[in-house]
Design a protein around this ligand. Structure first.
Ligand SMILES: [Zn+2]
Length: 365
């Protein structure tokens, strides 16, 4: 039970410290729709954070993903950032968000009912345009994430299970009003099931961690004050903040102040923190994702997973950090996944079939 070692070690570790601050920190950057032209600003943020040894978790909206995939120099920069330890995640503004990014899995009637209801979406917000479901976003996200696989999703939807990428195990959440939300311990949330117009989404389970939104010096000072107030922060394992690229573009000073402060204080990406958290692990093999072309059968409790499909396929197995563990290319069914002897945790299976690519999450054992 390798996953249980970490929290116990944390508890024991904190006994010797009367006033211990959070042992880990993360910094999420939201790359919002409408601001993809600010890529050079994001580069400045990443460069500064890299210099200070602060890995960023970059949550990209569909518009940023498009801009990056359309420009090899940008994609190349992203690959360099990943190599330096930064994480690529996903960001999405759903139909309840004032600045909806135009994609959603909600049915058409529900979309326009929500967009037209001023008790749900303020009257000042544009009604928006519908460009399709999130499938194209998922596929393009996986290309931006590359070999490191997409694992983290950050958005604030009313019903996260509708638009949530069903295969991502980690999610960030939080507040722009309550500074206490900067402090949290990893926790598990089950989203859904949610039903609308005869369809059902979820339930999906994610391992989560919280952040507080910073965009000026006062907010940074407020987080620092709470961090230093060990009577409060002692109870938390993690401190996390989020900001936007467009906030940095207006005034980079608050960003630098926070990076300078948090440098050297247990800085990690979201995936690094959550992979060590004792959440998302169940006793039995659980395979999540809809049954489509690929069939997965568990061979009994703790026994393993067998795959079957038609035709040839490329099969890849990744660990919770997105590292490729095992691959078989151009093979025919059936194939058994080599899970025996592997540590407990979340694994991700990616299968390129002739007709489509499928991704599944496996909680082992
Ligand atoms: Zn946003």
């Amino acid at each position: 039970m390798k996953w249980l070692v970490f929290p116990i070690a944390c508890v024991l570790g904190s006994v010797g410290w009367v006033h211990a601050q959070p042992s880990q920190s993360f910094f999420v950057v939201h790359c919002d729709p409408g601001y993809a032209h600010l890529f050079p600003k994001l580069r400045q943020m990443v460069d500064y954070a890299t210099d200070k040894g602060v890995p960023l978790t970059l949550e990209l909206s569909p518009q940023w993903v498009d801009a990056i995939l359309d420009d090899p120099r940008k994609l190349n920069a992203v690959r360099q950032w990943q190599a330096l330890g930064h994480e690529i995640g996903a960001h999405h503004h759903g139909i309840y968000h004032c600045f909806w990014d135009s994609l959603t899995n909600y049915p058409i009637d529900t979309i326009w009912k929500v967009r037209g209801d001023t008790s749900l979406v303020p009257a000042r917000c544009a009604r928006g345009v519908y460009r399709g479901t999130l499938d194209s976003f998922y596929a393009r996200l996986d290309r931006v994430a590359g070999d490191s696989l997409l694992l983290t999703w950050g958005s604030s939807d009313q019903h996260p299970e509708v638009d949530l990428y069903p295969f991502v195990p980690y999610r960030t959440d939080g507040s722009r009003y309550d500074v206490r939300r900067a402090f949290s311990n990893p926790y598990v949330v089950t989203h859904g099931p949610y039903r609308a117009e005869g369809k059902t989404w979820g339930p999906y389970t994610t391992c989560q961690i919280d952040y507080y939104f910073i965009d000026d010096r006062n907010k940074v000072d407020a987080v620092i004050a709470m961090y230093e107030d060990t009577a409060f922060s002692n109870g938390y394992e993690v401190v996390g903040v989020v900001t936007h690229v467009f906030n940095f573009a207006r005034d980079p000073m608050y960003f630098r102040t926070w990076v300078d402060f948090i440098s050297g204080k247990g800085c990690r990406t979201v995936r690094q923190i959550l992979r060590r958290a004792p959440c998302g692990v169940t006793r039995n093999v659980v395979v999540e994702g809809k049954e489509k072309v690929l069939k997965m059968t568990t061979e009994g409790e703790g026994e393993g997973v067998q795959l079957s499909w038609l035709g040839k396929a490329d099969i890849y197995l990744y660990d919770s950090m997105g590292r490729m563990l095992w691959a078989r290319r151009g093979v025919r069914a059936p194939v058994s996944l080599p899970l025996h002897g592997m540590p407990s945790g979340v694994y991700v299976l990616l299968c390129r079939l002739e007709s489509r690519t499928e991704v599944r999450r496996i909680l082992w054992p």
